[in-house]
Design a binder for this molecule. Structure first.
Ligand SMILES: Nc1nc2c(c(=O)[nH]1)N[C@H]1C(S)=C(S)[C@@H](COP(=O)(O)O)O[C@H]1N2
Ligand SMILES: [Mo]
Length: 451
């Protein structure tokens, strides 16, 4: 089954490069007619190899004849001292959207290819990236973390830690998701981007290793009665800063992390040190962490006044939306893919909540009229991605696939109608509405909105 990386033979993956910078401009301007035609042109170029296999039947040469890899010796170990994916998987990469963000130098984003991933862990090389001013490859020997205070009464002693200091302290490892508050921003007004990589791909999940921030604050003699907030600051040119409430730190969940999926963080994800704030939106997870300032009130920094606020219908805005509310999405079949034949499909997706564990995921095949519980038969962890699966037999008729997650607090993921009733339609951030994928009789899968 060559040419169909990471997809079962009955699904054709979304075409690789389907959006040019001009097309993205048109999507932003709310025009999407062209999308369908450009997508169709791109998919037509791919040939379905299914018929060939069916014709071969039991005389399939791929099983009868020994291929070259069975009749020659393999390659030596030293060829790849650090492993990388098979060359047949080259389509499964992070993709950016040139032109979608403001043209501040280094202001950039790449999206995780959720449509081709399994389980709950995002491979480090496919973790999405969001940089306010590009990424840096910092020399760990010269990196420092300073803990200081707005008022000398809040801590006994300010301290500076080297990476060596931090690496010898008691460490913990935890699996958590990371989602940008802007994930799904394009979808507030109408269905726009064609694939799940772009509609939901500012989302990843890793095992992070580091030192609880609580331990460092206590090492500096923090006075929890007076010190109720900290400001976390990055060492990049953006000097990104966010306020973190002390309750989250006191719980022991907030980590000063150096490890990701068993190795040191990747430079794009904050090497050598980043903040882990389980359940909180991405911007709070300050990368290249260099300074923690202890204070007694929120700091109202740029990233919590100009950006990451939610404009409400009455003209007021919500500030300090910290937690990512419960959300889910079907990752396959999903937009841009094509169902190549009727019959059985394993419908799969991800659910997550910044408030704890996922309790249930329901799936609808008829645009929300009927719902069936999906199987949660992989690890269900607090504030981590949760994988769901459900059996589906496609009868060849049009269908609309949706998933709806419920978390352990009983919160139910809203429809677009419910979300807009509270938030209006002028929001940019924090879109956790139910996603709909329309399956046409042709097998083509499109991004649509069902109200
Ligand atoms: N120092 C610094 N930290 C940062 C950012 C940044 O630009 N600079 N981007 C933030 C945003 S908006 C998000 S969504 C996450 C993205 O983390 P990732 O690039 O590892 O996916 O990092 C956050 N931390
Ligand atoms: Mo973000």
């Amino acid at each position: 089954m060559t040419g169909l990386p990471t997809q079962p033979g009955h699904l054709r993956p979304a075409p690789e490069n389907f959006l040019s910078a001009e097309q993205i401009g048109e999507v932003k301007a709310g025009r999407r007619d062209f999308l369908r035609s450009s997508l169709l042109a791109a998919t037509a170029a791919l040939v379905a190899p299914l018929t060939a296999r069916a014709a071969a039947g039991s005389g399939d040469p791929d099983i009868l004849k020994l291929p070259e890899w069975s009749t020659s010796s393999g390659r030596p170990v030293v060829e790849r001292p650090y492993g990388s994916p098979s060359k047949y998987e080259s389509q499964l990469v992070r993709r950016d959207l040139p032109g979608v963000l403001s043209k501040v130098p280094g202001n950039s984003v790449s999206f995780t290819p959720l449509q081709g991933l399994f389980g709950i862990i995002t491979p480090s090389g496919l973790h999405y990236e969001r940089h306010h001013q590009g990424w840096q490859d910092i020399d760990p020997a010269r990196h420092r973390l300073m803990i200081t205070a707005s008022n000398p009464a809040f801590i006994k002693q300010a301290k500076v830690y080297t990476m060596d200091d931090l690496l010898r302290l008691p460490s913990v490892s935890r699996i958590h998701f990371l989602e940008c508050g802007g994930n799904g921003a394009s979808e507030w007004g109408a269905a726009t981007f064609p694939t799940v990589q772009y509609t939901h791909g500012m989302l990843s999940c890793s095992e992070f290793t580091g030192v609880p921030l609580r331990l460092l604050l206590e090492d500096c003699g923090v006075d929890y009665k007076k010190a109720r907030y900290v400001l976390a600051e990055g060492a990049d040119g953006a000097t990104l800063t966010r306020t973190i409430a002390m309750e989250m730190i006191e719980s022991g969940e907030v980590l000063v992390a150096y490890g990701q999926n068993g190795e040191m963080l990747r430079p794009e994800n904050g090497y050598p040190l980043r903040l882990i704030v389980p359940g909180a939106q991405g911007v709070s997870w300050v990368k290249w962490l260099r300074r923690i300032e202890v204070g007694d009130q929120p700091f109202a920094s740029r990233e919590e006044t100009l950006s990451y606020v939610d404009l409400l219908p009455d003209g007021m805005h919500r500030q300090y939306t910290t937690i990512n509310e419960c959300k889910s999405v079907i990752t396959s079949p999903s937009g841009g893919q094509t169902l190549l034949s009727q019959g059985f499909f394993n419908v799969t997706g991800l659910a997550w909540s910044g408030r704890g564990k996922i309790k249930q995921v329901d799936v609808s095949f008829d645009g929300g009229r009927n719902w069936k519980p999906a199987r949660l038969d992989s690890a269900v962890l607090s504030k981590a991605l949760t994988r769901f699966n459900i059996d589906w037999v496609w009868d060849g008729r049009p269908a609309i696939l949706q998933s709806r997650a419920i978390d352990e607090t009983g919160y139910v993921q809203p429809s677009y109608k419910q979300l807009r009733a509270v938030r209006g339609s002028q929001s940019t951030y924090h879109n956790n509405a139910i996603q709909s994928w329309e399956v046409l009789a042709s097998g083509e899968v499109n991004n649509v909105q069902v109200l």
